[in-house]
Design a protein around this ligand. Structure first.
Ligand SMILES: NC(=O)c1ccc[n+]([C@@H]2O[C@H](COP(=O)([O-])OP(=O)(O)OC[C@H]3O[C@@H](n4cnc5c(N)ncnc54)[C@H](O)[C@@H]3O)[C@@H](O)[C@H]2O)c1
Length: 324
């Protein structure tokens, strides 16, 4: 049972991301109503919370946070009842999102924010069957693990109202999220465009025998990845230009942009390439289960986030309920 006096959010679709959002909101003292078409959601969510809750507790829970304050609902309509925000995290298929958002459009009251976790679809393409109030729909794109990483890319569609956009921003920010509001709709948003470029290049390098999975991961974790927790790729390169900053960087290395170093077209995802990448990851995991790796990753992220807070730079929000 959820506690009635707590603010309520609804999470629709309870995979990695839906469970992550649920953990995040529970940790912020919200009551969460969840729905997923498969059986066994309560057990799945509880197993997820067994892993996530200790990490969240270590980072600091909000007053009133209660890992049991969720209810698994029988229908979408039941789940969205009384919710301030409905966060959709169903599989990344446009036809499915269109159908689900149309159902949410019919089920939700007018002031509710309907946010999609989609990794790249545009609001414009997802609301084509929302006949009642398409102005309620935004993209609220999170990052895994949702209960630890603060970034949410917030994207409006051409019909999204200013009030809903502000409300979505307030809800996310009041729960400690850092909102990156896009000025316009862009396929893949900002962060996934960057990640996708690197992901494609990495697959090309495996496909061509130029690097192993382990080498690719080390190339980031021991080098650029450490800097990126503090500064993004642009400011990082500004510093790489010495006293001359980015201007020197561009004058110096600009011509090499034309060198054929990268191939930003997706490689053919052959069975062979797929297997090589999967096997490489298994080798690198070296027998560690996904749960163990999640635990190791979360410990490391907490240490980095605490270090950032202590240094007062790029500080992830500390959250708290502020009257949303
Ligand atoms: N995994 C990531 O790193 C990541 C990061 C950011 C955003 N996203 C986005 O979040 C969304 C969910 O991704 P995920 O990785 O959690 O997927 P997932 O496959 O882990 O989970 C999807 C869940 O949706 C449920 N589902 C199936 N049909 C449904 C329907 N009609 N309505 C509601 N739920 C339904 C499934 O039973 C499953 O539990 C996608 O849009 C994805 O692009 C994923």
């Amino acid at each position: 049972m959820t506690t009635p006096d707590k603010p309520v959010v609804a999470c629709i679709g309870m995979g990695v991301i839906g469970c992550g959002w649920t953990a995040h909101f529970l940790g912020q003292g919200y009551a969460v109503r969840v729905w997923d078409p498969v059986e066994g959601v309560k057990e799945r969510l509880n197993s997820f919370l067994d892993l996530a809750w200790p990490a969240m507790t270590d980072l600091g829970l909000s007053e009133g946070a209660d890992r049991n304050n969720f209810i698994v609902c029988e229908t979408v309509t039941e789940a969205v009842e009384g919710a301030l925000l409905v966060q959709e995290s169903a599989p990344e298929r446009l036809d499915l999102k269109v159908e689900l958002l149309s159902e949410l459009d019919k089920s939700c009251s007018n002031e509710v924010v309907i946010a999609s976790s989609t990794s790249g679809y545009l609001v414009s393409d997802m609301i084509v069957n929302c006949e009642d109030a398409p102005e309620r729909v935004v993209v609220g794109h999170p990052f895994n693990p949702v209960y630890l990483l603060p970034l949410v890319e917030l994207v409006a569609g051409p019909k999204t109202s200013k009030e809903i956009l502000e409300k979505a921003q307030n809800i996310y920010e009041s729960t400690g999220k850092i909102v990156l509001k896009l000025d316009r709709e862009v396929d893949g948003f900002i962060s996934d465009r960057l990640q996708e470029a690197m992901w494609r290049e990495a697959l090309h390098m495996v496909a061509n025998g130029e690097a192993t999975v382990e080498q690719l991961d080390l190339a980031i974790t021991a080098g650029p990845g450490l800097r990126w927790a503090l500064m993004g790729p642009m400011l990082t390169f500004h510093l790489a230009g010495g006293e001359g900053g980015m201007a020197h960087m561009l004058d110096h290395f600009g011509p090499s942009l034309k060198s054929p170093w990268t191939r930003l077209e997706a490689p053919e995802l052959t069975r062979e390439l797929r297997d090589a990448v999967v096997e490489g990851c298994e080798d690198e995991a070296d027998g560690r289960s996904v749960a163990t790796l999640v635990n190791e990753r979360d410990k490391g992220l907490i240490a980095i986030i605490k270090a950032l807070r202590a240094a007062g730079v790029g500080t992830p929000g500390e959250g708290g309920l502020h009257g949303t």
